[in-house]
Write a protein that binds this ligand. Structure first.
Ligand SMILES: Cc1cc2nc3c(=O)[nH]c(=O)nc-3n(C[C@H](O)[C@H](O)[C@H](O)COP(=O)(O)OP(=O)(O)OC[C@H]3O[C@@H](n4cnc5c(N)ncnc54)[C@H](O)[C@@H]3O)c2cc1C
Length: 285
């Protein structure tokens, strides 16, 4: 048995006080889907576990006219099943629905997934494609970090010691826009061998006015496929195949294991970029 002290604060203020008090000895707990296995394997051995699960305010998902907010403790299922999200931002419930299985989606949290930054997790791709902002509480107050600055490396994020991710904010996409997430699942866990999230907005001629593409599973960290975006901006549906061919450009460190080689993951990135963009265009029209 691993000995640790367990705290279950009911407010963020109390949680932050505990985080400050225990410093590096503490880990915050969300759904426990990654932290508990890490503790069982002795890869993590926090002396203090601060369970954020009782802080109701961190579980809320709202879909407003201008902004969508997702509390860090919202489960994947809360996003998947939200009444308004399919009409406001299809990419969010579609990504949630692709995670693991129904038990995983009922327990795993959006914030836990983002903070953990598994290179094969689905949310990082969607958050990059949606230009999400992450609200973070820390010892010296609050700050916001853009998704593009947040995912730093393998299991590494911009979160500093003593910081807690509290909320994800996304600008509600305009009328003439569409998004899609397409992935190849690792057959046991469901994690992405490769996953591509695309969000486009079209101009009145049906050409791409803005585009953002996030890729996960392929590199040691999820990334924006800027070369794809540059090749597509200002152009129409017929440019997608050519643009998608750039989906693995610039990747320095590919993921590679017995499930999929680096070449296969790069190939999947290109194929899924084409599929995700085609679906996003269709939805935008
Ligand atoms: C069988 C299985 C299948 C899965 N399949 C998929 C899949 O297909 N796709 C996918 O993307 N994911 C998948 N997951 C991951 C899962 O959905 C969780 O999102 C992920 O494991 C994070 O777990 P959690 O939310 O329970 O966070 P925890 O395990 O509680 O925490 C994870 C880490 O993040 C830190 N943390 C948590 N919340 C915060 C916060 N608010 N601020 C700062 N730090 C925080 C913790 O201290 C810990 O280090 C799977 C998991 C399992 C067990």
């Amino acid at each position: 048995m691993i000995p640790f002290d367990y705290h279950a604060p009911k407010t963020l203020q109390k949680a932050m006080r505990l985080v400050r008090e225990h410093g590096d000895d503490a880990s915050v707990l969300a759904g426990g889907h990654s932290l508990i296995p890490l503790m069982k394997l002795r890869f993590a051995a926090p002396a203090v576990v601060i369970d954020l699960g009782g802080i109701g305010g961190l579980k809320k998902v709202t879909a407003g006219h201008e902004t969508i907010t997702i509390g860090a403790l919202a489960t994947h299922y809360a996003v998947e099943s939200h009444r308004l999200l399919p009409g406001k931002c299809r990419l969010l419930p579609e990504t949630a629905s692709e995670i693991g299985d129904v038990q995983v989606r009922n327990r795993g949290t959006v914030g836990g997934s983002i903070a953990h930054a598994d290179p094969a997790a689905d949310w990082p791709a969607a958050m990059l494609a949606l230009n999400a902002q992450f609200d973070i509480a820390g010892p010296s107050g609050e700050r916001a970090v853009a998704a593009s600055d947040f995912f730093v490396g393998l299991f590494t994020t911009a979160l500093q010691a003593g910081e807690v991710l509290t909320r994800i904010r996304i600008a509600t996409p305009p009328e003439n826009s569409g998004g899609a997430y397409v992935k190849m699942r690792q057959s046991a866990s469901g994690f992405a061998l490769a996953g591509v999230a695309a969000q486009v907005a079209l101009d009145s001629a049906g050409n791409c006015a803005s585009v953002a593409v996030g890729v996960t599973g392929v590199a040691s960290v999820a990334y924006r496929a800027h070369a794809v975006e540059d090749a597509l901006r200002g152009r129409g549906l017929d440019a997608i195949a050519e643009a998608a061919a750039h989906a693995a450009d610039g990747v320095e460190e590919f993921q590679e294991d017995h499930h999929a080689s680096a070449d296969y993951r790069a190939h999947l990135a290109r194929v899924f970029a084409q599929r995700a963009l085609t679906r996003a265009f269709e939805r935008a029209t």
